[in-house]
Design a protein around this ligand. Structure first.
Ligand code: ME8
Length: 655
């Protein structure tokens, strides 16, 4: 029986370049969620697709000497393109929309006309700034240091006749939606939207362009094409049949239960999209969830930064399921995560090879060896259960509810943590019961041994059901190995201890997750990923913002080095005597002896933070900290003191 509908979407991807593992992150998360909801018995609609219009694509195509359509066709449908990648990652989307599809184009024209006819789109003149790579318009006040606030790249002046959408009209309603409902999650993103976009005043949005042609034409005003975000956002309803006759599922699935989107496009989904729907008089999606980024070498993985990781290389080496699992097990979905090959291999080895893999192979091997014909009838029960029996059964049968609570909050990492806690408990149960010792006297202990093995198989089965949304293929193999009937592994069965038939006959098979030789594989990956790896590795950027007042409390000053000496018995420390402009010398110790000779620093003007509490190092007082820049080059740590212009007087405050 269906437990209701569930409509979930990923962003539709720009096919301006091949997709990387950062793109796969959101799609894998959406897939795990969709599979989980199907497992629960929901009627799921999972939509993904590609967002194919805009100046960026037009430019790329002309550089490649092909038409924009040829360009996107190759990246979407071609070898190792978007569709191939989703096939590789075992993505179970129900529908795939391309914004160049005829039905979508016609529907957008109808949507644009409807917004125009109801008075929410009017003609005006656009004067402002435009970021080409992001396809975003900005007002002067939104720029950061004169650059695009999203990507930091230069913007260009733009002035042309254009249509505008009355976004300002919906400011109060959207603010109410954000502040007083749980429409947008995680909640931290609400403040960001309200403070950065709504409070400064929501301006009307430019929604048509005349300076390029690769877009959906405004049918009642030739020469204008629809702004790419109006075109793109509407995919969520056109793919269900809104404004077209290709599909007829709008009534059934809309409103969406959740849109998963990366944090940099929350703005479009949490402000513009609800305002558009309000104007169209359509229901709003129930939720927008803004997930974090996969960073690599400390920065957002993206083609323009040259730090992308190719999912094909990793999937071919370690298997698709291991890769899917890694992404959702390692990083909290709402926050940023730093991808490293080491972390990937470590996660596979610890969780999959050691914990899960060992549980399956030890249990099936013992069952095969001691009960080659299958476990005996009656093995599911035991008259006087031991403490470990009770603990294991309670942990396994209570697991589904805990897992469900986390999945409903999109906390994949926590849901998996719950499963792995039970897997670890089961491994401990093997050691507590030492089945190999019981097996020495089958006459006396055979019954107990069968019960111990049954408990292990049943626990493994329950964990397998709950891991299916993350690793569908491997869990199929797991069920076969433990002898669990493939069609019996339902959501309900995951909460029923004893659903596994007693006379089960496991078959030890191939190792589900072979252990990876870290050193060897890292060296190979280094070679394979060489062109993608940045020459310089920097620290991960702080995932969370620090508020302005807290930042302002730090007192940074220019300081002049009067003297600098090595600290006795220390290989690291240098002791600085500094002029900080107060007339009294300031002493600061700094662990930079590896990189600087003391005499080279005398007379230089540096930057210090001077309001830290005093510290003692090697018996000497240090009153502050010198600021330096650190990064890695070819794996080696490098440090450079911040040496500033001598014209800056000692004591000058940096702000
Ligand atoms: O934004 N880590 O398309 P897109 C995590 N067409 N997520 C990442 C990522 C990374 N390193 N790099 C990209 C668009 N993404 C629009 C969407 S929806 C109506 C239109 C995510 O191909 C990014 O955050 O640039 C976004 O959610 C998605 O990939 C598509 O990015």
């Amino acid at each position: 029986m269906s437990k209701g509908k569930f409509y979930i979407t990923t962003p539709i991807y720009y096919p301006s370049d091949k997709l990387h593992i950062g793109h796969a992150y959101c799609t894998v998360a959406t897939d795990a969620m969709a599979r989980y909801k199907r497992l629960c018995g929901c009627d799921v609609m999972f939509l993904t697709g590609t967002d194919e219009h805009g100046m960026k694509i037009e430019d790329k195509a002309s550089q490649a000497g092909v038409t924009p359509k040829q360009y996107v066709d190759n990246i979407v449908e071609g070898p190792r393109g978007v569709k191939d990648l989703w096939k590789l990652m075992n993505i179970s989307n129900d529908r795939f929309i391309r914004t160049t599809d005829d039905y979508h184009v016609a529907a957008i024209q109808r949507i644009f006309k409807k917004l125009h006819d109801n008075g929410d789109i009017y003609k005006g003149k656009y004067v402002g700034k435009y970021c080409k790579p992001c396809e975003s318009f900005w007002t002067e006040s939104q720029l950061v240091d004169g650059k695009c606030p999203d990507c930091g790249r230069p913007v260009v002046d733009a002035e042309e006749e254009a249509y505008f959408f009355r976004l300002s009209k919906y400011a109060d309603k959207v603010r109410d939606l954000l502040e007083n409902t749980d429409f947008l999650e995680p909640r931290s993103r609400v403040n960001e939207m309200v403070n950065n976009f709504i409070k400064p005043g929501l301006e009307d949005l430019c929604v048509s362009r005349t300076s390029f042609t690769w877009g959906i034409p405004v049918d009642f005003d030739p020469g204008h094409v629809v702004y790419v975000w109006v075109d793109a956002l509407s995919n969520y309803i056109t793919a269900l049949g809104y404004g077209n006759d290709k599909y007829h599922d709008y009534e059934k699935y809309w409103p969406a239960d959740v849109h998963f989107v990366g944090k940099e496009i929350v703005r479009f989904h949490a402000i513009i999209w609800p305002a558009m729907l309000m104007s169209l008089g359509e229901p709003l999606p129930k939720k927008v969830y803004g997930h974090g980024w996969l960073n690599f070498g400390g920065e957002k993985m993206s083609k323009s930064r040259g730090n992308v990781v190719d999912p094909y290389i990793l999937a071919e080496k370690f298997g698709v399921d291991a890769l899917r699992f890694f992404m959702l097990r390692t990083f909290p979905f709402g926050a940023d995560g730093n991808f490293t090959n080491e972390l990937l291999i470590q996660t596979i080895n610890t969780d999959l090879a050691n914990d899960l893999g060992n549980l399956v192979s030890r249990t099936t091997a013992m069952a095969n060896k001691y009960f080659p014909e299958g476990l005996p009838a009656g093995c599911g029960t035991w008259d006087e259960p031991t403490e470990p029996d009770k603990e294991l059964q309670a942990a396994a049968s209570g697991l589904r509810d805990k897992y469900e609570a986390e999945m409903e909050k999109f906390q994949f990492q926590n849901a998996l943590e719950e499963v792995f806690r039970v897997i670890q408990r089961a491994n401990k149960y093997i050691d507590e019961n030492a089945p190999w010792t019981l097996a020495k006297d089958m006459q006396a202990n055979g019954k107990r041994l069968a019960h111990v093995l049954y408990n292990l198989l049943e626990t493994t089965r329950i964990c397998g059901v709950l891991l299916t949304p993350f690793m569908p293929e491997s869990m199929d193999k797991l069920f076969r190995q433990i002898g669990a009937p493939a069609d019996g592994q339902t959501w309900d069965s995951a909460a029923v201890w004893g659903a596994l038939p007693e006379q089960v006959c496991p078959q030890k098979g191939e190792n589900l997750f072979p252990r990876i030789d870290m050193e060897k594989e890292l060296a190979e990956l280094e070679k394979l990923q060489a062109p993608a790896k940045p020459a310089v590795e920097t620290e991960p950027l702080a995932a969370e913002n620090v508020d302005f007042d807290t930042f302002c409390k730090s007192d940074f000053r220019a300081v002049k080095v009067k003297n600098c000496q090595p600290v006795k018995k220390s290989e690291k420390l240098l002791c600085f005597t500094l002029d900080d402009g107060t007339g009294t010398d300031r002493q600061i110790l700094s662990g930079i002896a590896r990189w600087y000779k003391p005499e080279d620093l005398i007379g230089k003007t540096l930057v210090a933070i001077v309001n830290l509490p005093p510290r003692k190092m090697m018996g000497l007082a240090s009153n502050g900290m010198l600021i330096s820049a650190v990064h890695k080059e070819k794996g080696e740590e490098k440090l450079n003191l911040l040496i500033v212009d001598d014209a800056i007087p000692a004591g000058a405050k940096l702000c």
